[in-house]
Design a protein around this ligand. Structure first.
Ligand SMILES: Nc1nc2c(c(=O)[nH]1)N[C@H]1C(S)=C(S)[C@@H](COP(=O)(O)OP(=O)(O)OC[C@H]3O[C@@H](n4cnc5c(=O)[nH]c(N)nc54)[C@H](O)[C@@H]3O)O[C@H]1N2
Ligand SMILES: Nc1nc2c(c(=O)[nH]1)N[C@H]1C(S)=C(S)[C@@H](COP(=O)(O)OP(=O)(O)OC[C@H]3O[C@@H](n4cnc5c(=O)[nH]c(N)nc54)[C@H](O)[C@@H]3O)O[C@H]1N2
Ligand SMILES: [Mo]
Length: 667
């Protein structure tokens, strides 16, 4: 029997592609892009073109497993679901009796972005009274910076790009992480738009840029202040727009901008003073400049302030008032139906402590009163993706820690589990998806039955609730019941006529209210360059933290992976060497040769990489793209051995790129 089923890419990517899944005899045989999807328009990235290779991979976990050798060995024996639940509940009941439920910590992030399967653990762990996880590994500092200036203002529609004449890709690797915005960029380029890329090295995205601006890591806030200095000095600001819509421009001009002359900013950022002046002039005189702001520059100890400062720019030149002008950090459609209809925080009977997911190493090795005695991991691979890998692995290796991992594959984290539970892929369960890079949402039904004995997150938490004696009717629903219930009470943003489209599993684009670009949803109703709620009421610049070492280590996404997902795919990883890219002069000074094994290290540990000498990398920086499983790491450690648990200035976010290393040859 053959059929084609509509579905959605479940991964943590702003695009959230529409899929057409070809099924024959109960197996997925082919996956295509859905041409009817308004943003992704029928094309897929190199990873999802062969999603069937992930779904039907020989590496899928097909039964529950129990550990039969030391932690980390990855040696397991199959057990039944009954036995798995018995072992889990027996352990947890013992832990709760001795230490209280806060000794249990859930750890999850975005293995799937579906509203139900992503959040399925929340109502369960709230009911149990477990410790709470502060889920701030991605880009809360970016959100904080935007909100400080723009409040709850709606983000611009991606189609705005079509009418822009100057598109600035700022700290975003579009070709790897937001590939479908290329459609929009190409439309604008055909009409003569120029594209600039501002990054710390020449990424493959530079191919589509007319101009590449290389900035020193963590210094973009100074660049934005320098641009505003020139704009103010040369009287290029849009005074009319500022008079109507901006709060605090004059205060910025008199108290902050004098400190950021092009010469001073040049010293901070490494960009020539003349170039800063030119960038500022071109930005201010463009007809409709549009900034697509990535997350890269927010993952520094000054990340929230950097984003806040950049977010002031379009207000100063009046870009919001022009079709095609503005700034996009990400979209939020939470108001269409709030996810608290899945999470149910009120199931928590009393306040429970919150542990930050960026500090898992510390949580497992230092936290007491009570200590973490059990870790339940789903939708995440913290042994690979969390900072300070050595500390995380030290914690996971604790004999007295009872670890359960619900996974599709034996990841680096699963290798440390006492019990592994098999998880479905998105083609085997129901969910509802909304994007964070556009305004499309879509419901998906299973295309095939679960592979082996795999169960979805929602199913497992329903069963665990029952096994732990949590008798709420809420847990007796199926995932589809839950989605139906959510859709039965949509918000004003989702017209009832649109619900049918969702029920049919077709992509639905939410419409934005007329004139939304100049409706500023802030306390003052204006763009708040001056925000009286903030400790620093005006933007300013502080240095990133760095480390006591020689090279900045940029460790952003690899095109072949999605965080640590897709490491299972030999077709994507087969010729991989975990690369450290370095500038020819830096390599020359140290006598290092292309393709040799080197060690990058700092106070937290050491990682072996294959050296790749490249003129695309500026001096003083090394680049290691991708979060690789340890099986692909020549020294049995991957990049997060080097990154730190430090948090951002605001938002308690991760600071992955605020890190330095020394480099030496392997002796
Ligand atoms: N192929 C692929 N796609 C992905 C992912 C993946 O791993 N692989 N991950 C997904 C996830 S979870 C997310 S959050 C998004 C993130 O996607 P993006 O928003 O693109 O953000 P980052 O990947 O963090 O970094 C983007 C760029 O910022 C640059 N950068 C680093 N520091 C600085 C700086 O100080 N200044 C400037 N100007 N640039 C800097 C990096 O070199 C990188 O090229 O991508 C998603 N999409
Ligand atoms: N060095 C460095 N580290 C980084 C980053 C970086 O740029 N540099 N990026 C950071 C960012 S932005 C993010 S968002 C985090 C992401 O961190 P994570 O969200 O942990 O992302 P993944 O590594 O993709 O791991 C997700 C896991 O969930 C599993 N999974 C998928 N679907 C399901 C399901 O339905 N049920 C269950 N139980 N499991 C499922 C997958 O098999 C996969 O192993 O990583 C961060 N780590
Ligand atoms: Mo992320």
């Amino acid at each position: 029997m053959k059929k084609i089923v509509r579905s959605v890419c479940p991964y943590d990517c702003p695009d959230t592609c529409g899929l057409l899944v070809h099924v024959a005899d109960g197996r997925v045989v082919k996956v295509e892009g859905d041409p009817d999807h308004p943003f992704t328009r029928g094309t897929l990235c190199p990873k999802m073109v062969h999603y069937e290779r992930t779904v039907h991979s020989e590496r899928r976990i097909v039964t529950p497993l129990r550990r039969i050798d030391s932690k980390g060995s990855g040696k397991f024996a199959p057990i039944s679901w009954e036995e798995a639940f018995e072992r889990i509940t027996a352990n947890w009941k013992g832990i709760i009796a001795q230490y209280g439920a806060e000794a249990i910590l859930p750890y999850s992030y975005a293995g799937t972005m579906g509203v139900v399967q992503r959040n399925a653990g929340h109502p369960f762990f709230y009911s149990l009274g477990a410790s709470r996880l502060e889920r701030t590994i991605c880009s809360p500092a970016k959100g904080y910076g935007w909100n400080a200036v723009m409040g709850q203002t709606l983000a611009p529609h991606t189609n705005e790009i079509h009418s822009s004449d100057l598109i600035i890709l700022w700290g975003i690797h579009t070709l790897a992480t937001n590939i479908h915005s290329m459609h929009d960029i190409i439309i604008a380029k055909k009409q003569g738009a120029k594209v600039w890329l501002i990054d710390t090295y020449e990424t493959p995205t530079a191919k589509i840029a007319d101009r590449m601006i290389i900035v020193r890591p963590g210094t973009d806030g100074a660049l934005a202040l320098g641009m505003m200095h020139v704009i103010a000095r040369e009287n290029l600001a849009d005074k009319d727009f500022i008079g109507k819509h901006v709060q605090g421009y004059e205060e910025l001009v008199t108290t902050v901008l004098p400190k950021y002359s092009p010469e001073i900013v040049s010293e901070i950022t490494g960009i020539a003073a003349g170039a800063i002046e030119e960038i500022a002039r071109q930005y201010a005189t463009a007809g409709a400049p549009f900034i697509r702001l990535g997350s890269g520059l927010s993952r520094y100890s000054n990340g929230a302030m950097t984003v806040r400062t950049i977010t002031c720019l379009p207000g100063v030149v009046g870009a919001w008032g022009k079709p095609g002008g503005g700034l996009l950090t990400g979209t939020s459609t939470d108001a269409a139906f709030p996810s608290n209809r899945v999470t149910h925080e009120e199931f928590q009977e009393q306040p429970r402590r919150m542990l930050n997911m960026n500090k898992l190493g510390q949580a497992l090795t230092e936290v007491i009163d009570p200590p973490i005695k059990s870790l339940y991991v789903y939708n995440s691979n913290p042994a690979a993706i969390a900072p300070d890998q050595n500390l995380v692995l030290q914690g996971l290796a604790r004999e007295d820690l009872f670890t359960v991992v619900h996974e599709r594959f034996i990841t680096d984290t699963a290798k440390y589990a006492d019990i592994v539970l098999p998880a479905t892929t998105s083609l085997e369960h129901s969910d509802m998806y909304r994007a964070y890079g556009n305004y499309v949402m879509q419901r998906a039904y299973p295309a095939i039955s679960p592979v082996g004995q795999a169960k979805s997150n929602w199913e497992v938490f329903s069963l665990l609730a029952d096994a732990m004696g949590i008798n709420k009717p809420f847990f007796k629903q199926s995932a589809d019941d839950l989605i139906d219930a959510i859709l039965a009470k949509p918000s004003s943003w989702l017209a009832s006529t649109q619900l049918e489209t969702l029920r049919e599993g077709r992509p639905l684009e939410l419409s934005l209210p007329a004139g939304y670009k100049t409706q500023f949803r802030t306390p003052s109703g204006k763009i708040e360059i001056l925000n009286p709620q903030e400790d620093a009421i005006l933007p300013n610049y502080t240095k990133p933290h760095g480390d006591d070492a020689e090279f900045w280590l940029v460790n952003a996404p690899d095109m072949r992976l999605l965080n640590s997902s897709f490491n299972e795919r030999a077709d994507l990883t087969k010729n991989n060497k975990m690369l450290l890219q370095i500038n020819p002069d830096d390599a020359g000074k140290m006598g290092l040769k292309d393709d040799q094994l080197v060690i990058a290290g700092n106070e937290r540990g050491e990682v072996a990489f294959t050296l790749r000498i490249s003129a695309k990398i500026p001096s003083g920086i090394v680049v290691a793209e991708g979060v690789w499983w340890l099986e692909h790491a020549p020294g049995n450690r991957s990049v997060n051995t080097l990154t730190s648990q430090r948090l951002t200035d605001k938002g308690n976010g991760s600071t992955f790129y605020d890190v330095k290393v020394n480099v030496r040859a392997v002796q």
